[in-house]
Design a protein around this ligand. Structure first.
Ligand code: 4UU
Length: 524
């Protein structure tokens, strides 16, 4: 049953700028687009578009041309929207950088993507500046939004008074964003998403769940990750909803902002659902404005979803996808409260989807009642990436000759067309919805002189959430505690990439070809 059961939607062949800002009415121009959740400062659609145009003009005047790559290292603040869309408006490509990254990680991404500029904020400048130096980006191309000695600021760009350039390109091939994802194996790679990929995923989302004009959408999930970028930044703005931004998650601040700004939609990852279901402090806030809690980026437990729905008196829905698919491919439509919340619902409009036996490559048999056997989930549609930047082999290993994206996730399918994600074939770990690449952590562990071999896999914590766990083989005669191993890694990675549990083991199980047998380790 490959085609989606949801009716197809029209996907306009336009740029992201045209799609988000093209149809603004006079009334829209005066209505609020973004509220800074901390300060309450408001930006209207008219102001936002003026900022986008001004940034595009200033960048063009400073030599930015079609296809240049620009790094964006910035937490969720209203200016993120202006800068992101301003860069696209100038014809350049944004490589979104995780704001928790170490200087080394930022530098690696700047170099790999060939970034010529980076935009950041002063609290992140130390890492950004070190990374820019390593990548050969001069200080005049390190923009510090809130200002810093020796760097251009957002104000400098906004007041440059240059008109936005007239740039024309083919939205179907022009790369809009280059987020990094490790995909099914190895280290993070640049995911080439075109303007059409992003425009399509917004249109497909509208075909399945509808945020209404003027509704308030809490934007706590980071805009640098594809979930926040597409579902919050592009989808909510296209629908003329109001984004309420939060630069980092803190439960009390999350509840305060939701209650104070009367947010209607909470887009979250499962760990926030755990807090909403269980934490006593939730009772202290009026959350009656919340209409929908939408979870994605990691598996949502059905009982947990029920507990959130009951406690908040709202709809709980779930979406599934991946960076390589812009990201959304499956969703529980809002109009289907009867569907099991632990499922990921139907394939989105214009999305074909299959479940295949990974051994034979044949489609699984879907029984009249109950679930099919688990198999690898494949998707095909206008939201699927153009490929990994500069990595044709990895691209070919992920998107087959017929255009099917091999997700590396194991799913089941039922006769109604409902998909359930049941496990992962690929080595990727999700910690709080963030990607953690085992290959990166294994390479770091092997740098320790006392460690002979190591493998990192996902394990469950007491709330059923995934955490990175290291299996470590010590060199003969070496004594090393779990705490020392954890600290060694923690000093070299972003906080979400830390190893959380260590188990010492005599030998790492491997195939005859030397591949780590991860499922065997996860089963221990
Ligand atoms: C089980 O996390 C994402 C995309 C998230 C997202 C959120 C809301 C997509 C659509 C939407 O509507 O992307 P990545 O690239 O960081 O991680 C992708 C991987 C998937 O391959 C899968 O293993 O994250 C896991 N994943 C999920 N797993 C993503 N969503 C789910 C889910 N259930 N709902």
């Amino acid at each position: 049953m490959p085609a989606s059961l949801l009716p197809d939607v029209h996907i306009p062949a336009v740029s992201v700028y045209e799609s988000v800002f093209g149809g603004l009415s006079d009334e829209d121009l005066g209505s609020v687009a973004i509220i800074d959740g901390g300060s309450g400062a408001e930006t209207t659609f008219g102001e936002l578009r003026a900022h986008v145009d001004a940034i595009a003009g200033a960048l063009a005047a400073r030599g930015v041309v079609l296809g240049d790559v620009i790094g964006l290292l910035c937490p969720n603040i209203p200016a993120f929207a202006s800068v992101f869309h301003g860069i696209l408006r100038a014809g350049a490509t944004v490589t979104t950088i995780n704001s928790l990254y170490t200087a080394e990680e930022i530098g690696a991404q700047l170099k790999d993507s060939g970034a010529a500029w980076i935009f950041t904020v002063s609290p992140l400048l130390a890492g950004a500046a070190a990374a820019a130096t390593a990548a050969g980006i001069p200080a005049e191309r390190v923009v510090v939004l809130d200002g810093a000695e020796g760097h251009p600021s957002l104000r400098d760009l906004l007041t440059a008074g240059e008109p936005a350039p007239e740039i024309s390109f083919d939205p179907a091939t022009q790369i809009a964003v280059l987020p990094y994802s490790s995909g099914t194996t190895g280290r993070p790679k640049g995911v080439m998403l075109t303007h059409t990929n992003l425009v399509a995923n917004v249109a497909q989302g509208i075909g399945a769940i509808g945020v209404e004009k003027g509704e308030r959408v809490l934007a706590v999930l980071p805009f640098f990750h594809i979930y926040g970028l597409t579902v919050l930044l592009n989808y909510a703005l296209t629908l003329r909803a109001v984004l309420v931004t939060m630069p980092r998650f803190d439960l009390v601040e999350f509840l305060r902002i939701t209650s104070e700004h009367r947010c209607n939609w909470l887009f979250i990852a499962p760990p926030i659902a755990v807090a909403l279901a269980k934490h006593p402090v939730v009772n202290a806030y009026d959350l009656s404005s919340v209409k929908v809690v939408f979870s994605g980026a990691a598996p949502l437990n059905g009982a947990l979803a029920e507990a959130v729905a009951t406690r908040l008196g709202c709809i709980v829905a779930q979406g599934y996808g991946m960076t390589e698919a812009s990201p959304a491919t499956h969703v529980i439509p809002l109009a289907r409260p009867d569907i099991d919340r632990s499922s990921v619902g139907f394939a989105l409009p214009n999305t074909e989807s299959r479940v295949i036996d990974p051994e034979t490559g044949l489609d699984v048999v879907v029984p009249d009642a109950g679930q099919s056997e688990p198999g690898e989930l494949l998707v095909r549609g206008p939201q699927v990436m153009a490929g990994y930047l500069g990595r044709p082999d990895e691209t070919a290993a992920t998107i087959d000759a017929d255009g099917w994206l091999h997700t590396g996730d194991l799913a089941t399918l039922d006769a109604e067309g409902i998909y359930r994600i049941v496990d992962r074939l690929k080595e990727l770990i999700k910690y709080k919805g963030y990607q953690v690449a085992p290959a990166v952590l294994e390479a770091i562990l092997l740098q320790h002189s006392g460690i002979a071999d190591a493998a990192v896999v996902g394990a469950d914590d007491e709330d059923g959430q995934e955490i990175p766990k290291a299996f470590v083989v010590l060199q003969p005669g070496v004594e090393l505690g779990a705490d020392e191993v954890i600290a060694f890694v923690a000093g070299r990675v972003a906080p979400h990439e830390k190893v959380r549990v260590v188990e010492f083991i005599d030998v790492i199980p491997k195939s005859t070809a030397g591949k780590i047998l991860r499922r065997e380790l996860r089963g221990r």
